[in-house]
Write a protein that binds this ligand. Structure first.
Ligand SMILES: [Fe+2]
Ligand SMILES: [Fe+2]
Length: 163
């Protein structure tokens, strides 16, 4: 999975320092489609339990949970969803907190999948299913909320360019 860099530029009065990259919403949505692909794989595993997919499939998902999804979150915080506008401060603080919380769940889920890889079975399928569902439900809600914030930032940025 490769995440795109945001498109920068624009003519904001502050030279662009206090606004999200132009078109951040569109880039965010394309990144989120990649994340959704991982969530669909996790949901399919939850539906399949106590059976498991091949270890190779689990390894790819663990890689995403441990590295690719955290990289996406960092990219959002550093570039896609940055703004010094006071109206966004509470939302961005909450977004960062959700990243921390979701990353804990992702790490727990990755560890559970690693156990499945090493033993060839799900030791406690019900608990694993609950954890997997908790993760993809939270992530989908989080992404929908981020896209609303990005749309608002893009709208504000467009208004700045026109004034
Ligand atoms: Fe996020
Ligand atoms: Fe995101």
């Amino acid at each position: 999975m490769r995440f795109k860099r945001p498109i920068s530029g624009g003519k904001a009065r502050d030279g662009g320092a206090n606004r999200p990259a132009s078109g951040a919403g569109g880039t965010l949505q394309s990144d989120h489609r990649l994340v959704e692909g991982v969530l669909q794989q996790i949901e399919a595993i939850a539906d399949l339990l106590p059976s498991l997919p091949p270890a190779e499939t689990l390894e790819v998902i663990v890689e995403s949970l441990r590295y690719r999804l955290p990289a996406h979150c960092l990219h959002e915080e550093e570039e896609l969803l940055r703004s010094d506008a006071p109206e966004f401060a509470p939302a961005l603080a909450l977004l960062r907190q959700e990243h921390v919380d979701n990353e804990w769940i992702a790490a727990e889920l990755a560890e559970a999948f690693e156990d499945c890889i090493s033993t060839g079975r799900a030791a406690c399928p019900e608990a694993l299913g609950r954890l997997a569902r908790q993760y993809f439900v939270l992530m989908r809600r989080h992404m929908a909320w981020e896209e609303l914030i990005a749309a608002r930032m893009d709208k504000l940025s467009t208004q700045d360019d026109q004034s």
